[in-house]
Design a protein around this ligand. Sequence first.
Ligand code: TZP
Ligand code: MG
Length: 210
Amino acid sequence: MREFSLYVITGEQYHPGRSMLEVMEAALAGGADIVQLREKNLPASELLEKARALRELTRRYNVPFIVNDHPDIALAAEADGVHLGQEDMPIAEARERMGADRIIGISTHAIEEARAAERDGADYIGVGPVFPTGTKPGRQAVTTSYVRQVADEIRIPWVAIGGITPDNADQVLAAGASRLCAVSAVVGSSDPASVCRRLKEQIAAARGEL
Ligand code: TZP
Ligand code: MG
């Protein structure tokens, strides 16, 4: 898959009164370079409608678009890929449905899951939640020690996620991450573009690109 550094996921609960498209467009303007639609409680028809709209927007910004949980909706919306959780269908089944050219990502919470994802042909993995987060309640934080383990061992692209903000991003980058993902810090901000710009700068500095 194409290289990325800042992954932004939708979270409509964080921006009452502003539309998902308006907030995600601000994130894209600020430099989000991959985007995921994550909506846990919508009927399929509404999810597909949102997916099509976000597909359209991400196409304008030439940014890959991923749909959480639903390969069929990802395909129907012409998304670039799907993101799975450990409880979702196996990677092999998603691959069969999506084909070789689409992106398949999977969330991991321990090094054994990361190894399995790499072995099973995931295109990228999520690593987290690094910090406790209200976006994924009930899931224990994996801390930066899991980030370090992944940095040492995993060779497919991976992205740190969970409670990441500009204030703690440098800790995550120091643990070896070179890609960050955020929901609330970006979409819950009154200025998503500037949060994205700041995170991108922090990533670029850690990568030695500045
Ligand atoms: N997977 C692991 S943590 C998380 C997901 C979807 C939530 C990240 O949201 P936030 O608001 O950036 O903590
Ligand atoms: Mg899922």
